[in-house]
Write a protein that binds this ligand. Structure first.
Ligand code: SF4
Length: 53
């Protein structure tokens, strides 16, 4: 949501440059090539699930 709002001005998971893939009980963030590493998603994650490296 934050990614699409930041870059596209619209709230939509299909616009986001990150998606979440399920691997059994684990979830993995997948960043597409359009991600500019702005870290907006990391800054707004309430659970700290995504960290800026
Ligand atoms: S770091 Fe990438 S995925 Fe996260 S908000 Fe920025 S562009 Fe979107």
């Amino acid at each position: 949501m934050v990614c699409s709002l930041t870059h596209d001005g619209a709230c939509g998971p299909s616009l986001a440059r990150v998606s979440v893939e399920a691997e059994g009980l684990r979830l993995r963030a997948e960043f597409n090539p359009e991600c500019d590493e702005c870290a907006a998603c990391a800054g707004h994650c309430p659970y700290g699930a995504i960290e800026e490296s």
